[in-house]
Ligand binder design. Structure first.
Ligand code: MN
Length: 209
C-alpha cells in the first residue's frame, strides 16, 4: 500500500522519525489494563506511516520484545505526538513497560484553544485543521487478528498521517491564545496521568474531592 509499511514484532533498526514522531495504537478495547496492544502506528509527518504489529508469544510472536520501538518511545530527543495520548501512553506502558516521553497531545491542545466547540475528536481535527476527511469505519474492527486487512492498515495509518499538520495549526493557536505554557505543563504531566489510570485512579480521579 502506498506509503504504509507493516512490520511484524518491531521497527527495523536505524529507522528515524526525526524530532517529532506521530504515534497511535490499536488495542483490543478501551481499557489499557485489560485490553492487549495489537498495533503501534508511527509517522514522521512525511506522508508515510510505519505500523508495528505486536503479536503475543503464545501466538508465535515476540510479545514485548521490541527494542527498537521501545528505544524510540523513550528517546528524550524525540517528542511523541499523540491524539488522546492518555490512552496510548497507558496502553504502551502496560504492554511494553516503557513510558513514552516527552509527549504532546493534539486533543489536549484542542481543548485548550478550540473552546468554541466540544468536538475534539481526531475526525473533527482532521476536517477542521487539515482539510482531510478520514473514515472511522475500521475503528471497532478486530485488531487482534494475525492478518490485518488492507482496510485496517489504511485506517490505522490515517490516525498518524495528519497529526503533524494538525499539531502545527494547534501550536499557532496555543501561541495566539497565550496557552503554550499551560499546554506544555499538561503534556509534561501526561505520562504520570497514564500511570495513575493504570493504578486505578480514574473515577474518582486522584484530584477529585
Ligand atoms: Mn487509532
Amino acid at each position: 500500500m502506498n506509503g504504509i509499511t507493516l512490520h511484524k514484532h518491531d521497527l527495523p533498526a536505524g529507522l528515524s522519525f526525526g524530532p517529532l514522531a506521530a504515534v497511535d495504537t490499536e488495542t483490543m478495547g478501551l481499557d489499557p489494563r485489560r485490553d492487549r496492544l495489537c498495533l503501534v502506528q508511527l509517522s514522521a509527518g512525511d506522508g508515510t506511516a510505519h505500523l508495528v504489529q505486536i503479536i503475543p508469544e503464545a501466538l508465535g510472536g515476540q510479545g514485548a520484545n521490541c527494542p527498537n520501538l521501545k528505544a524510540l518511545l523513550a528517546d528524550p530527543d524525540v517528542t511523541k505526538l499523540f491524539h488522546y495520548g492518555r490512552f496510548d501512553i497507558a496502553a504502551l506502558y502496560n504492554a511494553l513497560g516503557v513510558l513514552a516521553a516527552p509527549v504532546v497531545c493534539t486533543k489536549i491542545a484542542s481543548k485548550l484553544v478550540r473552546t468554541y466547540t466540544d468536538r475534539h475528536g481526531l475526525k473533527e481535527l482532521c476536517r477542521d485543521l487539515a482539510g482531510v476527511d478520514i473514515s472511522k469505519q475500521q475503528q471497532t474492527s478486530d485488531w487482534g487478528a494475525l492478518e490485518l486487512t488492507p482496510e485496517q492498515l489504511a485506517y490505522a495509518a490515517s490516525d498518524v498521517l495528519y497529526l503533524h499538520t494538525i499539531w502545527e495549526r494547534l501550536r499557532g493557536l496555543l501561541a495566539r491564545e497565550d496557552r503554550t505554557e499551560i499546554a506544555e505543563a499538561a503534556f509534561a504531566f501526561l505520562p504520570t496521568r497514564a500511570k495513575l489510570d493504570l493504578l486505578g485512579y480514574v473515577d474518582p480521579d486522584l484530584f477529585a474531592h
